[in-house]
Design a binder for this molecule. Structure first.
Ligand code: NAD
Ligand code: AKB
Length: 321
């Protein structure tokens, strides 16, 4: 049997930086090649610059590092995608097609494709949105993820590619800043609160969205990728749920730790995107097929976020003095 050798695209992003670290702890530094279009801020293992639109270079890296698995994270997210729709389509779609073609040509053992709650549009049942709900996304990002899921299914059916995918909710984590999505406020708000500053929220107070804490998102990703092949009953994207909350609820939770914290609401174009997405997700298929269970709720996540961010900002003050 070949030894696992992993290549991650978009490894410097919000998820990629944490996933790279977790996979390195699990498989060993040398077995996880991080790639991104921009250089990393810290060097923690093998890294190569890679634009996912450059299929030749990608193929050369697969050959040079004898890659057996790809976690294809690089993409342009929902809010940024609406600013540059053509670019988002090109990066998200051509990038994925390159990954699928290379997985076939280079006999890659497993490919991970992150989908999103953005595949859903205004026509679905908003509470406990089912796995098989109609996909009528309103953003270029959502359209690219819905089409991407279909391409994954196609390459699995037609070419036997072992492609696995999750429809992530908004991901909250203290390690890095999010990269231009509609759920980004739920990370930014903690940074402001811990720094003792007020927060201006680009969504209205009652906009409830599905979210998940980073450790749960990472565990779900690795569990899915390590599950036996016969447990993967879906080759599009698995619904994945962590928790659901709105800006008013996260504010109240933060105020339990930081009583003077205040939020002002100034919804912008991202409000319409958020309004088109589900409020909560039915993830029964993930639970039944490969044993998914979320570990964090809003209270536990808030405690952990504030604890880590306090340490981070205290360290920065110490380093500056
Ligand atoms: P991010 O924006 O933080 O990171 C994306 C990374 O991709 C960046 O480091 C960027 O430099 C890189 N990149 C952009 N264009 C590239 C290109 N042409 N070639 C190579 N690299 C390129 O995104 P993230 O939050 O880490 O998301 C990772 C994946 O998970 C994405 O596919 C995203 O759609 C999906 N996802 C994220 C969330 C979330 O809340 N973070 C939710 C649902 C789905
Ligand atoms: C975004 O808001 O674009 C992402 C996502 C939910 O896909 N966080």
């Amino acid at each position: 049997m070949r030894k696992d050798q992993i290549l991650i695209t978009g490894a410097n992003g919000q998820i990629g930086s944490v996933l790279t670290q977790s996979l390195r702890e699990r498989y060993g530094n040398a077995r996880v090649l991080a790639t991104d279009i921009r250089p990393p801020q810290h060097d923690t293992g093998p890294f190569e610059l890679l634009d996912i639109l450059d299929r030749q270079r990608w193929a050369a890296l697969i050959d040079r590092y004898r890659v057996t698995q790809i976690y294809h994270l690089a993409a342009i997210l929902s809010a940024n995608g609406e600013q540059r729709p053509q670019k988002a389509w090109e990066v998200n779609m051509t990038g994925l097609l390159n990954a699928l073609e290379l997985a076939r040509d280079r006999a890659i053992d497993k490919l991970f494709f992150p989908s999103s709650i953005a595949v859903f549009g205004p026509e679905v049942t908003k509470e406990q949105t089912p796995q098989e709900a109609v996909l009528n996304p309103t953003t270029v990002y959502g359209i690219s993820k819905a089409a991407g899921e279909n391409w994954c299914y196609y390459y699995h059916q037609r070419h036997g590619i072992d492609v696995r995918s999750l429809r992530y909710p908004g991901i909250v984590g203290y390690q890095g800043m999010p990269g231009g999505g509609t759920t980004d406020y739920a990370v930014d708000i903690y940074h402001r609160a811990v720094q003792g500053q007020p927060f201006r929220c680009f969504l209205s107070a009652r906009t409830t969205l599905p979210m998940i804490y980073m450790p749960d998102a990472i565990r779900a990703t690795i569990d899915l990728m390590e599950a036996p092949r016969n447990r993967i009953g879906l080759r599009s994207g698995y619904n994945l749920a962590g928790m659901s909350f709105n800006p008013a609820e996260i504010t109240r939770e933060i105020q339990r730790h930081i009583p003077g914290f205040t939020v002002e609401y100034q919804p912008d174009f991202r409000q319409a995107i958020a309004d088109s997405w589900p409020r909560s997700i039915d993830d029964r298929a993930a639970r039944e097929h490969w044993g998914w269970r979320a570990g964090y709720n809003l209270g536990r996540m808030t405690e952990d976020m504030i604890d880590h961010l306090r340490k981070k900002y205290q360290n920065e003050v110490v380093q500056q003095s």
